[in-house]
Design a protein around this ligand. Structure first.
Ligand SMILES: C[S@@+](CC[C@H](N)C(=O)[O-])C[C@H]1O[C@@H](n2cnc3c(N)ncnc32)[C@H](O)[C@@H]1O
Length: 240
């Protein structure tokens, strides 16, 4: 049975505002800390190149922006944008605590406050699934990326194979929403939303095809940790 998902922007912002204080702890706890490793792996698969800036959209508490800052040795300007201020406050605190100079700003991924062709790389981790119009969000990421630059997306996916697939479904459907709800006390049922949004989101070749249909070239994807997450990346045409 497919549950109707409400991805209205205001609802999504309110939901993330509610869980912001718990977000990092629950991310690391519920994924057994593997999420950190996924972001680092992404920076190696789709590394910074040259000197142009990098933008991480739906940056939340900024972990992917921070991973790219480190991957670039602090030498490239990295920015992180999100439309949820309490999540960005977490990002800013980490930024100052670690003495980094990442620039975080409040912005809707559907309407980024940047001219076209600005970034060498535009990224998103576990965010595009939450944007109310996925295709428009990816198109906006492509718009701000330089011709010949790359768009990279890290997102949950579903492991294939009977044993792993069923173990994953059991954890994701039964355990994770209970633990998430227990700790976060989310009024918006954020961890049931997480389960439903992941199970309904396209993954693997289907998602890669969506990126091609939206105009990206040389689209590739790599499953991480038996396919629990997948990294997708593609290049914006050099002649745009
Ligand atoms: C699951 S969190 C991911 C945060 C971070 N990228 C990470 O790797 O942990 C999803 C984030 O997407 C943001 N988001 C969802 N829709 C958005 C939109 N239209 N514009 C900007 N941010 C959005 C939420 O506010 C939230 O911070």
């Amino acid at each position: 049975m497919t549950m109707e998902l409400n991805k209205d922007g205001r609802r999504i912002r309110t939901m993330f505002s509610g869980i912001a204080p718990w977000y990092d702890f629950l991310n690391h706890f519920l994924s057994l800390n593997i999420d950190r490793h996924w972001r680092d792996r992404m920076t190696k698969l789709v590394p910074p190149q040259g000197n142009d800036p990098i933008l991480d959209v739906c940056t939340g508490t900024g972990d992917l922006a921070i991973a790219y800052h480190h991957a670039a040795g602090g030498k490239i300007k990295v920015m992180g944008s999100d439309f949820c201020l309490p999540m960005l406050e977490g990002a800013s605190k980490k930024n100052s605590r670690k003495g980094l100079d990442i620039f975080f700003l409040e912005a809707d991924t559907l309407n980024l406050p940047f001219p076209k062709n600005r970034f060498q790389l535009t990224t998103v981790a576990f965010g595009i699934r939450n944007v109310s119009d996925t295709d428009a969000g990816i198109s906006e990421m492509i718009r701000v990326t330089k011709p010949g630059g790359r768009v990279a997306i890290l997102e949950f996916s579903r492991p294939r194979g009977w044993l792993l697939g069923n173990l994953y479904l059991f954890y994701f459907q039964r355990i994770l929403p209970l633990l998430g709800q227990f700790f976060s006390k989310s009024k918006d049922d954020a961890y049931h939303y997480l389960r439903n949004s992941v199970l309904q989101f396209p993954d693997g070749e289907q998602f890669a095809q969506k990126m091609r249909d939206l105009g990206l070239q040389q689209v590739s994807w790599r499953p991480f940790t038996f396919g629990i997450a997948t990294c997708y990346w593609g290049t914006k045409s050099a002649s745009t």
